[in-house]
Design a protein around this ligand. Structure first.
Ligand SMILES: *Cc1c(COP(=O)(O)O)cnc(C)c1O
Length: 398
């Protein structure tokens, strides 16, 4: 078969390499706090989604160990057959109670949650209204649903309203990240809910980066908007990941009893994938307690955010780099030019500091950036080290 498409793969890989688009993984070992060993070299990292530093928490590790002793290390089947352990059932209760919504459903991964919850809600005759900067898992879920997809300008509610008003679809689903993963900005949740009421739509809110961080006791962006508990709306499906602030792995959705029962019946990755191991549910239950009692962690995180923003002000003044407004752990330092952003990442790497450069198409053309992720595990000294390094590099390249 001379023209097999498989024979073209080496050339295509070569092309990626030539365009500097080939991606490489690094081998990472935790080394305490925000320090890691990367391919054997010690580095200070600013790229983790483990915003509260819980992934290394002794109480979570112990809970996982006890969970393994009680439930083994694998669930053995779908939650619809034999995989729904008591640990997983108790975690769902704890999740619902933590986010102050009637009921929750626990999935083995956040990505799998989004990809299959959306097609369970809408289909070919329906319409989805999706923020232009939504996460890849939401985009894939939209495509899988076969609904007609209306992409509205990022956080532009006037644009969203125009599109809702023009739609004659009976079922309308509005989807938004609550905290956007590349800019660190936030959606206006109350306004989104009001629009959904006006146009009889359902709102799905992905709070991967707000769960554990925003709202009282870290209960999430919906709680921060005052729309949980007695004020919960049956029009909102809340989604969170358990792999970021919660420090473990998994995803969940929470909302009205009816909505969750429907998803339990209809979501393919819930029915046809093996349930998450009970040991992880046990670690997560411990994590929920740590998040609920984690005001000190959240205030450490806020202090580091303030320290970084204040420290970078003089650097911005001499470079023209832009630090996007954000009081979330995601601090985007926009450099603009792709190769300049890469050079900066490299110059930091030479100083044993690891900050990822994010380039188009992940972000808009001309907005290549360093995506600085902060954590409660960073010490004030860690921030000083990053700020000093950036200052020195900026001064040198002037
Ligand atoms: C990380 C992320 C996900 C996927 O969650 P995982 O638990 O990593 O699978 C979904 N949505 C958003 C916005 C994310 O940032």
């Amino acid at each position: 078969m001379p023209d097999s498409w498989l024979q073209a793969l080496p050339q295509q890989l070569q092309k990626l390499q030539d365009q500097h688009l080939q991606r490489h993984r690094r081998e990472v070992v935790p080394a305490g706090g925000a320090h890691v060993k990367v391919n054997g070299q010690p580095m200070l990292q600013f790229c983790s989604n483990d915003y509260l530093g819980l992934s290394q928490h002794p109480a979570l590790i112990e809970a996982a160990r006890q969970g393994a002793l009680e439930f083994g290390v694998g669930a053995g089947g779908s939650p619809m057959v034999n995989g729904h352990s008591t640990a997983n059932a108790q975690l769902e209760e704890a999740l619902a109670s933590y986010v102050q919504l009637p009921r929750a459903l626990y999935f083995y991964a956040g990505f799998a949650t989004n990809v299959s919850v959306i097609p369970a809600l809408v289909g070919a005759d329906d319409a989805i209204f999706s923020d232009a900067l939504n996460h890849a898992s939401l985009i894939d879920g939209c495509r899988l649903s076969r609904a007609s997809i209306h992409r509205y300008e990022h956080t532009d509610l006037a644009d969203l309203e125009c599109r809702l008003a023009a739609s004659s679809h009976r079922r309308k689903l509005v989807i938004s990240d609550a905290v956007f993963s590349m800019d660190g900005d936030v959606a206006d949740i109350r306004a989104l809910v009001a629009l959904c009421e006006r146009y009889d739509a359902l709102l799905m809110l992905d709070d991967a980066h707000g769960f554990g961080i925003c709202g009282p006791q870290g209960r999430g962006s919906l709680a921060a908007a005052g729309l949980t508990g007695a004020n919960a709306s049956p029009r909102v499906l809340y989604m969170g990941t358990l792999s970021k602030s919660a420090g473990v792995a998994g995803g969940f959705v929470a909302g009205s009893n009816t909505l969750i029962e429907w998803l339990l019946q209809r979501t393919r990755s819930y029915t046809f994938a093996t349930a998450a191991p009970g040991m992880l549910a046990r670690a997560l239950q411990q994590s929920l307690s740590a998040m609920e009692e984690g005001d000190h962690l959240r205030s450490q995180l806020q202090a580091r955010i303030a320290q970084l923003r204040a420290g970078l002000a003089p650097v911005l003044a001499i470079t023209g780099w832009q630090l996007l407004p954000s009081n979330t752990p995601i601090q985007a330092l926009v450099i603009g030019d792709n190769s300049k952003a890469l050079q900066l990442m490299e110059a930091l790497r030479e100083r044993s500091i690891w900050v990822p450069a994010i380039r188009p198409p992940t972000v808009a053309a001309g907005t290549a950036r360093l995506r600085i992720a902060l954590s409660a595990a960073h010490t004030p000294q860690d921030i000083v080290q990053l700020v000093n390094a950036l200052q020195e590099i900026a001064g040198r390249s002037r």
